[in-house]
Design a protein around this ligand. Structure first.
Ligand SMILES: [Zn+2]
Length: 463
């Protein structure tokens, strides 16, 4: 039996094992790790993972440890860390079938640890944190060792840390690779700063940044359903904290497809529209990267982001119908037939508006604030199309009931608004240039802010 294996189940152990594997080499798998490998990792990492070298953010992970407690400052902290790790190494055994270790459940506990060595565990004095009033949390040496190296796979975020747990080993490896690549760079530059810090004090934006970066790796080009559970924590003496963000598999899959395709640029535009900022004052990414992003927030909370695909101010879509369809199919599980029907009706409406030479109907559709108003606009368009001698009806009764305004079990879901926005998107896509030529776009596209304040306020007012 090996010492470690993939996905052992404890987020800190998995982070540590991933970090160790990635440090040893891109293709190294947990099952191959030997005690000699672990010794090598300690020899490599210990000189870096200490305050004197520049790794300053360990107080939030291992408070009071040999690396962070002022009492050890006068001693050789690298040696102390090596000694501590050696202590674990001397007693590491291979995985068994069962055991009472809180990290793996596959080996017997042989060390009792507190929050000094295991983030978010109780302190030694308060025994009521531990099962059966034990003197600490019970771990086996192999898991305890792995956790000491877990900061290799943490992302620093505004004084806290993000660590990934996932059902996919490939995802964990990709996350750690991003972190380890940075640490190797720090080592090369001889400028150690500690756990990878991409500068996101807003942890949710940091999570999406990581998802984007991970999507670049070849092994993320997969249909696999990968969920991302990200722990945002600090283990500070004064107030440890924990928040958990959950990125559902369809959202991460959508992001991977988008970031690996030609949709990338359009998607970035949609994401930018989710920041509530005054773009006129923005000089660099630093001015907005930590602001709340509504697109990200909504994706994490399963709220529709359809409104952000529309730039209502300049009557222009963000992205194209294919990108919008991808979002609706992957994340909102909308059926292809419904999408096709709405697209066709949108095309007919665009034709009708263009032939009428006026944007009157479009204005009415844009301003429709109720199901009734929306239906009325469509009724006018039907009449106008008959006048124009259109060969086919705008839609059949079946299309209307099944695809345009399907009954919704959840009354508050108000699908008419979704349908209206989809129709508007298609009309804008077909007619934006024509609307501009005709002077039906009031704002100068180059000067117009691309923030999406209008659609956002409209939604909050109505809902
Ligand atoms: Zn264990």
């Amino acid at each position: 039996m090996p010492i470690y294996e993939k996905l052992m189940g404890n987020p800190f152990v998995d982070a540590g094992v991933c970090g160790i594997c990635e440090w040893l080499g891109r293709n190294v798998q947990p099952e191959q790790i030997t005690p000699a490998d672990l010794e090598q990792v300690v020899d490599d990492i210990a000189p870096m993972m200490q305050t004197d070298a520049g790794w300053k953010n360990l107080h939030g992970v291992f408070p009071n440890s040999v690396l962070t407690n002022a009492a050890y400052r006068k001693q050789d902290q690298v040696e102390l860390l090596k000694k501590e790790c050696q202590g674990y190494l001397n007693t590491i055994v291979e995985l068994e079938h069962t055991g009472d270790c809180m990290g793996c459940g596959r080996r017997s506990t042989n060390t009792w640890l507190s929050r000094t060595n295991i983030p978010l565990t109780g302190s030694g004095k308060l025994r009521n944190f531990y099962p059966t009033f034990a003197e600490g949390a019970g771990y086996c040496s192999a898991c305890a060792f792995a956790i000491q190296l877990s900061p290799l796979a943490f992302v620093a975020t505004g004084g806290k840390f993000l660590t990934l747990h996932s059902n996919s080993w490939k995802a964990l490896r990709s996350w750690s690779r991003v972190c380890i690549d940075d640490i190797r760079q720090q080592q090369l530059r001889q400028q150690i700063i500690g756990s990878y810090n991409p500068g996101y004090a807003n942890p949710r934006n940091g999570l999406f940044y990581m998802a984007r970066t991970m999507s670049q790796f070849q092994e993320m080009r997969t249909d696999e359903n990968i969920t991302m559970q990200v722990y945002c924590f600090t283990n500070y003496n004064q107030g440890p904290e924990l928040e958990i963000y959950y990125m559902p598999a369809p959202v991460f899959k959508f992001l991977r497809i988008v970031y690996q395709s030609e949709f990338k640029t359009a998607w970035q535009e949609i994401v930018r529209s989710g920041y509530l900022v005054n773009w006129a004052k923005v000089k660099s990414e630093e001015d907005y990267k930590n602001r709340t992003n509504r697109v990200y927030e909504n994706l994490l909370r399963d709220i529709s982001i359809l409104g952000y695909f529309l730039n209502r101010r300049i009557r222009k879509p963000r992205g194209n119908w294919e990108l919008l369809s991808l979002y609706l199919k992957e994340i909102k599980t909308m059926e292809q037939t419904r999408l096709e029907k709405i697209k066709q009706v949108g095309d007919f409406i665009a034709e009708c508006i263009q032939e009428s030479g006026s944007d009157r109907r479009l204005v009415r559709l844009e301003r429709a604030k109720s199901y009734e108003a929306c239906r009325n606009v469509l009724l006018y368009i039907i009449r106008e199309r008959i006048k124009q001698g259109a060969p086919t009806p705008l839609f059949s009764l079946d299309d209307y009931v099944e695809y345009l305004f399907p009954e919704s079990e959840d009354f508050t879901a108000t699908p008419w608004r979704e349908t209206r926005d989809l129709l508007l998107f298609r009309v804008y896509e077909q007619l934006h240039n024509w609307l501009q030529e005709r002077g039906f776009v009031e704002f100068d596209e180059d000067n117009a802010s691309d923030s999406n304040d209008e659609s956002f306020t409209e939604q909050t007012e109505e809902d």
